[in-house]
Design a protein around this ligand. Structure first.
Ligand SMILES: [Zn+2]
Ligand SMILES: [Zn+2]
Length: 174
């Protein structure tokens, strides 16, 4: 969703609270593509403060289908979105040394989806487990061990699998 901000740029003291909703259907990152299963309209407050700054604030929660680190099943995870931006109306940036302005600003329009995306990214859970004692999957046959055991001998760890796990964990740490 894009929100026209020009009225708020030009009218000193103008403020309003509007109902907005994100159009984001998925959260795509290098970790993968995750379905956003729940999102609701929420209130966004816009305020031109003394003709100098535009304050943008609002809060909501979205539910994203993340994936268990051990067994790879879907885990719906609620992520809190807290939007709190101050746009300098002179420089059209959020910080002093910013040259091109924030990525969520497209000329006079606010790209809500970009703001929400950034918040999901910042608040992405570092560890996701379907349950604390998740047994994971068998690295030999791929069976979900929460659903029962398999007959594989898992006493010898497979170096190829360990390498894949390392790569996966590296991505998780970013
Ligand atoms: Zn699990
Ligand atoms: Zn197995």
């Amino acid at each position: 969703m894009k929100i026209e901000l020009s009225e708020f740029f030009s009218n000193e003291g103008k403020q309003d609270t509007i109902s907005v909703a994100t159009d984001l259907e998925r959260f795509e990152s290098k970790l993968g593509s995750f379905l956003i299963t729940e999102k609701a309209p929420f209130e966004l407050h816009l305020e031109n403060r003394e003709g100098k700054e535009l304050l943008i604030s609002g809060e909501t929660d979205v539910t994203v289908n993340t994936v268990c680190d051990r067994c790879l099943t879907d885990v719906p995870t609620s992520i809190h979105i807290n939007l709190d931006e101050t746009l300098d109306l002179k420089t059209m940036g959020v910080t002093e040394d910013e040259e091109d302005g924030p990525a969520w600003l497209e000329s006079s329009k606010l790209d809500l989806d970009k703001l929400v995306y950034d918040e999901i990214l910042v608040n992405w859970p570092t560890k996701v487990l379907c349950r604390d004692d998740c047994k994971g999957i068998c690295f030999k046959c791929g069976k979900n061990l929460n659903l029962g055991t398999c007959s594989c001998d898992r006493s010898v760890s497979d170096p190829r699998m360990a390498a894949i796990r390392d790569i996966f964990n590296q991505f998780k740490e970013v």
